[in-house]
Design a protein around this ligand. Sequence first.
Ligand code: PLP
Length: 396
Amino acid sequence: MKSFDPASNIQDLLQFGEYGDVNPSITDSATFTFMQAKTMADTFHGETQGCFLYSRHWNPSNKYLSDALAAMEGTEAAWVTSSGMSAITCALLHGVTSGDHIVSSVTCYGGTFAFLSNWIKKFNIEVTFVNITDLVAVKKAIRPNTKLIYTETMTNPMLQISDIPALSKIAHAHGAKLIVDNTFTPMIVSPCRLGADITVYSMTKFINGKNDCLAGAICSTTEYICSLIDVNNGTAMLLGPALDPMRSSSILKNLHTLHIRMKQHSYNAQYLADKFKTIGLKFIYPGVPEHSGHELLKSMMNPGFGFGGMIAIDLITAEKSSKVMEAMEMKGVGYLAVSLGYFKTLFSNSGKSTSSEIPDYIQHEMGLSEGLIRFSVGLDNDIERTFQLIKESLKE
Ligand code: PLP
């Protein structure tokens, strides 16, 4: 069977701009005219497809980007949002009502963890956090009122691998839906093709790759996306986190180079992992056979994009990690900054930054070392030079 190729799917999508423009023109309008009042009324009732009525619902520039994302994911549809968090929170809130229950990976982005452990409580929605790689624990956590299982393909920051086909079977056997955040592994894994119901992204990261804006996406069936933007009950339509069309247009252009960038991010991270092994440095990278999720990731991957650009090293103490990060910044390895998927290497101490919302005792339980530095490896042309700079910095 021919393997799924997200990059060729984007390439094959022909999008002709209004005037034959190769980059479709930006629709710089919040609202849209109708020539017949009835068409407007029908559009509001959801009876007319393909009409643009208001940009919080659809905008042509957002539609071009959404169509390209759906092609990449192999889903029927997608909808773009103003940030990754708005994609995640809309997808979560759209799947539950008061009294429902969610099972979530305990290792997930700190903002998602905070939303699920603190914020969503006020709507009487309970969340059980589990080690998502422990499928027995996932099954045990399911209750009659469980409506969603939530995970990240490659979890932040522990880089565990979620077994998407197995999780989807568990979810579906109990009438629940599986939502997967695929922010770390675009192109590499296509969660909806593996059984996930909804794939969410922070496009702020690899998909855009330029660190010049925030954006997110939700990919799923046409039925789901239509319900998400329904004028009466759609969570996205009513909470309103629409993406600015100017940004959609620039992200669409960047999407067309994503496959090349992912290959280089992966090549560089794999190179560093192999070198870290030779110097006996403690690290986590799913591209090495010693990683417990290596074979699983291999079984889920689309060929040719590598194991991703995220790698973590463990320097045991926060003090040591601070010294090394400062040295790495001064030597030009990259920037001491949160976020990921940028053309330059970014690194931060996860426990003190993007996972600081997770209480210390839970960080400890999930094995998150206080000396863990998460790297988003950049597009460096000479990665051996970068390795030498990291090695020098480790002496600090
Ligand atoms: N998902 C993951 C895995 C992330 O790392 C982040 C941010 O760091 C988000 C979601 C949130 O995305 P945004 O910052 O675009 O709202």
